[in-house]
Structure formats: C-alpha cells, structure tokens
Design a protein around this ligand. Structure first.
Ligand code: F2R
Ligand code: MG
Ligand code: MG
Length: 310
C-alpha cells in the first residue's frame, strides 16, 4: 500500500512538472501540434505547486499565512518563472505593505477577483494530502485559492482540479472507469459554466472529437473555466501518461498550465513508474520533487493517524 501510494504522490508532482515543462515552449500558441520532448525548465505552475506542498508538510495541513509566506519566498528566489500578472503584485502587497493573505487582495486588481487558472494549476498537493477527506479538502482549497484568487470561478476550478487529483489517487490502476470518473467530479461543481463544460467533455469523449472541436467547446485559455475541464478531458481521452500530457499540450493556448494539470491527474492515477523514463530523468529538480512527494505522503499519514486518535 505504502509503495503504491508514494508512487501516485510522486507521479502527481513529477507529472505536474513534466506537463508544465512540455507545454512551456508552446504557451500562447494557437497552433495544434504534438511535441514529445520536455524543455529544460518548469514554470510558475510547478514553482507554486512546490510552495503548496512545502507548506502542507511544514504545517501538517493548511495554514494560509504560512502558505502565503512560502509563495512570496519562492517567488523572490525565482521571479523569472513566468508568473501570471496578478500574483507578483499580491506578493508585493503582502511583503512591503504588510497586507494579510485573506483580505481578497486580487479584488484590488480585477473586479470581483481573479478567475485566472493560477489557483487550480498549483492545487494538486492539496488533492493528494486530503484525498480521503472531501470536507477538509474543500476548506483547504478555498483557503489556498483566496491568497491570490478569490473569484468563485477560480475557486471552483481549483476544487474541481483537486477533486480530480484525489479521485485519481484513490483509483487503482488499471480500474479507471472514465464515465464514472466524470460523474464523480461533476458532483463537485455548482456553477452552470463548469456543469456545461463537463457535460460537453462527456459528449466529446463519446464521439472521439477532433482537437478543434475540443478547443471550441472546452477552451484552452488562461481563465479557470477554459482550462480545468480541458485538462480533465485530456486525461480521460488518453490511454496512458504520455498520451495525456502530449495531448493536453497539443491543444495550444495555455499549454504549460493545461499540461501541468493533466499531468498531475494522470501521474496520480498511473503512478511514477508509468511516466516515461526519459522524462523522469530530464525533468528539472526531479530529485527534489520525488523527496517532496514522499514527505507529503508521510505528513498526510501522520495527520490522518492524529485525527483518528483524537
Ligand atoms: N503568465 C503566464 N504566461 C505569460 C507568459 C509568460 C512568459 N512565457 C514569461 O516567460 O514570462 N503564465 C502563468 O500565468 C497563468 C496563471 O495566471 P494567474 O496566476 O491566474 O494570474 P492572474 O493575473 O490572476 O490571471 C491571469 C489572467 O486572467 C485574466 N483574468 C483573471 N481575472 C480576470 C477578471 N476578473 N477580469 C478580466 N480578466 C481576468 C487576465 O487576463 C489575467 O492576466 C498560467 O498560464 C501560468 O502559466
Ligand atoms: Mg506557467
Ligand atoms: Mg500557463
């Protein structure tokens, strides 16, 4: 059990970095093209995923103030990772102006807050950590999102992505039932826009739609509703890890982020040993990501043992 679970945690974190590194060179492209070799660097998607994992490990669960501090410190160390427009401005408000992490600071940048996919792209470690506890998962995802993304569509996108990761960890390979998976993640959504997209994903899966139709119906943009359902679809439309991330990135648009999110779900389902060796060997910081996955798994076990004994 331990070996299988650690393989899935590792697959998820490495899968994020690999999908991100594969898509990084294609971010913003409108061309539909398959690429199979990862670039040398991951981007903000993985850098922030690392921040979420580090914070969960250190605090044995979600702590908003500490997670925000981790985001700021990691950003200051590597500001060149290609962050979205909003988060660095929010980090400055926290660092220089002493603003609190839970003030909804993104509302000062975007009316109603940001609905970018920045909360969803980094949420995978929460899906891993709370994979057996949907209520705690929801609470942690909402808190972690609000640091930079308080718009309800950004939060709902992050919830959807975290639940997809949690479900993928709980689903033993090769037992995936695609229809059932989609039905279960649909259970998380409340808003019409996500419901429609996930219904469309089901129809597209049934008729093996071409890429243009997928982009038209699901989207490939930086907005959470135009990328989270697309990543889930890429996982479900594929037969293995490699196909899932190559397909996700081939859709273009926000390719690094759709690749990172599809990679997180696919890695959590297939496990690390089903990720091609050439990608595992060439992925930036793969040793650290593997170590982080094992520590995250250990922290999640300690926490659930503590919950049972109290
Ligand atoms: N930043 C990028 N890519 C730009 C190119 C980087 C370049 N390659 C480089 O090397 O520097 N990618 C990363 O950003 C995306 C995640 O962004 P996040 O964290 O959600 O940022 P933000 O600023 O909150 O939102 C992103 C955009 O969404 C639109 N938007 C959001 N809320 C809105 C609102 N209420 N009204 C109108 N528009 C809203 C805006 O266009 C924001 O700029 C990922 O792709 C990651 O890879
Ligand atoms: Mg990025
Ligand atoms: Mg991106």
């Amino acid at each position: 059990m331990r070996t299988m679970e650690i393989s899935k945690f590792t697959g998820c974190l490495l899968g994020t970095a690999i999908g991100d590194s594969l898509g990084a060179a294609r971010e913003g492209s409108s061309e539909i093209a398959e690429i199979r070799e990862i670039g040398p660097r991951y981007t903000d998607d993985t850098a922030m995923t690392i921040g979420v994992a580090e914070s969960l490990i250190r605090c044995r669960g979600f702590d908003g103030e500490e997670m925000a501090r981790r985001f700021v410190e990691n950003f200051l160390r590597e500001p060149w990772r290609g962050y979205g427009a909003g988060p660095p401005r929010i980090f400055t408000m926290i660092l220089r102006n002493g603003r609190r992490w839970d003030e909804g600071l993104d509302r000062e940048l975007y009316p109603g807050g940001s609905f970018g996919n920045g909360a969803a792209m980094r949420v995978a470690p929460i899906g891993l950590f709370y994979c057996d506890e949907p209520e705690k998962l929801r609470e942690a995802v909402c808190g972690a999102s609000r640091i930079t993304h308080s718009h309800e569509l950004a939060i709902e996108g992050a919830l959807l992505q975290a639940h997809a990761v949690a479900l993928a960890v709980r689903t033993r390979y090769p037992d995936l039932n695609r229809e059932e998976f989609l039905t279960q993640v649909k259970g998380v959504v409340r808003s019409e826009v996500y419901r429609e997209k996930l219904d469309a994903a089901g129809e597209l899966l049934d008729r093996r739609a071409d890429r243009k139709q997928v982009i038209q119906r699901l989207g490939n943009g930086v907005e959470a509703p135009n990328s989270v359902p697309t990543a889930i679809y890429a996982f479900l439309a594929s037969e293995d890890f490699e196909e899932a991330v190559v397909y996700a990135v081939s859709l273009g648009g926000d390719a690094d982020t759709i690749g990172a999110m599809a990679g997180a779900i696919a890695g959590a389902y297939y496990g690390v040993e089903r990720i091609p060796l050439r990608w595992r060997e060439n992925c930036e910081n793969s040793r650290y990501l593997e170590e982080l996955a094992e520590r995250l798994w250990e922290a999640s076990r300690v926490r659930s043992r503590g919950d049972r004994s109290s």
